[in-house]
Ligand binder design. Structure first.
Ligand SMILES: Nc1ncnc2c1ncn2[C@@H]1O[C@H](COP(=O)(O)OP(=O)(O)OP(=O)(O)O)[C@@H](O)[C@H]1O
Ligand SMILES: [Mg+2]
Length: 277
């Protein structure tokens, strides 16, 4: 199972949602992999991997840039298995193929050489090693996010309850449907997850009502806003580990259960025991 978290709008919660859902999955006992396709490297950092320090900046080893680069030219002769690019994180069962600054440098080259299916090949190779793969994407409908949407079989779209975001959602869903039709008939659009929801304010409720009336697939689980999220980034610890009994962690469990088709109550209780342990 590969789930890509995508919205071309910046700052809507893609990296936060990717890492927290993946952390829950790992804590539930599933061997879980996060692939960080965003050159900003936020998911890699959040999960305790530093490919951006002056010492590491230029290396492609053990990064998604290295994995994709080896589909080109002379690199082909030294091709490694996809699993060789996977790194452990401090969290049990949770692994990552991190981003690196090199992703930007090789994007055009990969695009010009028609390497859009290479991530899909890697995901197929990794399928036997991991129960769940979560893919964080850049805030662009570019080569990397398209590669992820072509390679994965599930997609979740974070939405930040903003009017401009709502306008962009129509285009975004159209793009995904078109790509699904042309390249990936297996892709399931699981839905739109509302992030930074303020239940006290009328405006977000109205926006969500409008989306539902237009038959946009809004998920039932909402994520509220909390400063704990930023604190957990700083601590390089997914919120569900950093503050396991926080309301927002509970909402992440509910979202996880909704996506996995699980009963919320029993699963979130057992989750809590595992996470606090
Ligand atoms: N539920 C939340 N409560 C409070 N802050 C949040 C929440 N979700 C995300 N944020 C904050 O919003 C900012 C953007 O979040 P995040 O990096 O996860 O979004 P993104 O979509 O991955 O951004 P980008 O498009 O730049 O990759 C971060 O500072 C994060 O701490
Ligand atoms: Mg991000």
């Amino acid at each position: 199972m590969q789930r890509v978290i995508f919205n071309q709008k910046g700052g809507v919660g893609k990296s936060s949602i990717t890492c927290n859902l993946a952390a829950i999955s790992a804590a539930q006992g599933y061997k879980t992999l996060v692939i960080d396709l965003d050159v900003q490297g936020n998911s890699s950092f959040y999960l305790g991997i530093d490919t951006y320090s002056p010492d590491n900046r230029s290396t492609l080893d053990g990064t998604i840039a290295g994995l994709l680069k080896q589909s080109t030219g002379r690199w082909l002769s030294q091709k490694k298995k996809s699993i060789d690019f996977v790194r452990e994180t401090p969290f049990e069962n949770l692994h990552v193929i991190p981003s690196s600054p090199g992703l930007d440098d090789i994007e055009k080259e990969l695009e010009n050489r028609y390497k859009i299916y290479k991530l899909r090949d890697a995901l197929q190779e990794l399928d036997e090693d991991f129960d769940r793969v979560y893919i964080d994407t850049p805030p662009n409908y570019n080569f990397y996010s398209k590669s992820a949407l072509i390679g994965a079989n599930h997609v979740v779209v974070p939405f930040d309850c903003d009017s401009f975001s709502k306008q962009a959602l129509y285009n975004l869903i159209d793009n995904i449907v078109e790509l699904q039709e042309d390249h990936n008939k297996e892709l399931i659009i699981e839905g739109i997850v509302v992030n930074q929801y303020n239940s006290q304010a009328r405006f977000p409720q109205e926006l969500i009502k409008e989306l539902r009336e237009e038959e946009m697939p809004v998920l039932d689980s909402f994520l509220s806003s909390s400063v704990k999220m930023k604190e957990s980034h700083h601590a390089q610890k997914p919120l569900v580990h950093f503050a396991p009994s926080h309301k927002l962690s509970r909402q992440f469990f509910e979202l996880y259960c909704e996506l996995e088709g699980l009963e919320v109550e029993s699963e979130s209780n057992s989750m809590k025991t595992k996470i606090t342990a």
